[in-house]
Design a protein around this ligand. Structure first.
Ligand code: FES
Ligand code: FE2
Length: 351
């Protein structure tokens, strides 16, 4: 089975993935846009790693001064794979095969023999780093980015709790979950009830918004909490969720599906939280308590979001995604949410 590198999750279900669309062309091709190939802390200065995007390897490396670069893997000299032994020397990527070096602009600066370098460059990809995410631009014919992701300032939130896993599917299918209002109470019950739309699905170029309110009941909790979920979709590769919980708690989730191979996605989540300091305590003690509880809430939400919403064998989305097929003409009914509208918006990301 295809095994993308860069996977690290304690939440993935152990049972298998359906071979749907293996050996045939999947019904949705790879979308254009920004996709997450890892979290910043996974790549220290001087390190090199290989990730997958749309069925091809991408080599990520960070120069000694901290510049992040993403490149197609093959050295323009004689084709060595830079992820297999390539090393960073200062600001340069050095190929393991003949020692040719490439500067941060990708241009070959020297050979391994002290001779004049050929006119050659690495095939660098557009890369951005914000909110601790390493985002790489994919465009089917190689065009440069036509839009940017607007990420929020980090503010006074806890450190980010992160997870990377994978399943069958496609970014459009995974994010359709947000506008598929019908499944919220049907599949996720009893964890979710009384879901209603607070702000309808609206679109603004590559961005789209929708706000829902639902009563959420984590396992072991008697009383459901009325919680607001504000979704901002940045293309099909990055969705930001702001969750407001009674008591002034805010949880932010970055949910990042990356198409790694035909009908296979890597799912990353980054979760941070802010719990207000209790008013009656002296300020330093309040801050300490707020930081500690923000940390605990972010860890709890990572567990809750992944273990309960995504991977639960009975109530989770992933077992459904692993086995479902994509219907281009679904038989929709009242109560389904703006699936058609969402799909029309998503259409802009395809060739
Ligand atoms: S193949 Fe990279 S230096 Fe020769
Ligand atoms: Fe869901």
């Amino acid at each position: 089975m295809f095994k993308p590198r860069g996977h690290s999750s304690k939440f993935a279900p152990t049972s298998g993935v359906s071979p749907r669309y293996v050996g045939e062309l999947p019904p949705l091709s790879a979308p254009n846009g920004w996709f997450c190939l890892g979290f910043s802390h996974e790549l220290a200065p001087g390190k090199v790693t290989t990730r997958q995007l749309v069925g091809r390897d991408v080599v990520l490396y960070r120069t000694r001064s901290g510049l992040l670069r993403a490149t197609r893997p093959y050295c323009p000299h004689l084709g060595a794979h830079l992820g297999a032994g390539g090393r960073v020397e200062g600001e340069e990527m050095v190929c393991p095969f003949h020692g040719f070096a490439f500067g941060p602009d990708g241009v070959c600066t020297r050979t391994g023999y002290g001779t004049r370098p050929p006119k050659a460059s690495l095939s660098l990809l557009h890369v951005r780093e914000a909110s601790g995410m390493m985002m790489v631009w994919h465009q089917h014919d190689g065009d440069p980015p036509s839009w940017e992701m607007r990420t929020p300032p980090s503010g006074t939130f806890s450190p980010v709790a992160r997870d990377t896993t994978e399943c069958a599917g496609h970014p459009q299918e995974v994010l359709e979950n947000i506008v598929d209002f019908g499944h919220l109470t049907a599949l996720h019950w009893p964890r979710v009830s009384n879901a209603r739309v607070v702000k309808a699905f609206t679109e603004d170029g590559a961005t789209a918004h929708v706000t829902l309110e639902m009563a959420v009941r984590p396992p072991g909790w008697k009383k459901p909490m009325l919680t607001t979920y504000e979704f901002t979709l940045h293309g099909l590769g990055g969705t930001e969720v702001h969750i407001r919980i009674p008591g002034g708690f805010v949880v932010r989730i970055w949910f990042l599906p990356t198409p790694v191979a035909p009908w296979r996605v890597q799912l990353r989540s980054g979760i941070d939280a802010r719990v207000p300091a209790p008013r009656l305590l002296p300020a330093p003690l309040g801050r300490m308590l707020s930081a500690a509880s923000s940390y605990l809430v972010s860890q709890f939400f990572l567990w809750y979001h992944n273990r309960v919403f995504l991977f639960s064998e009975r109530n989770g989305d992933v077992p459904i995604w692993n086995a479902k097929e994509y219907l281009s003409q679904p038989r929709l009914a009242e109560g389904d949410g703006p699936i058609t509208r969402y799909r029309r918006w998503a259409g802009q990301f395809y060739p």
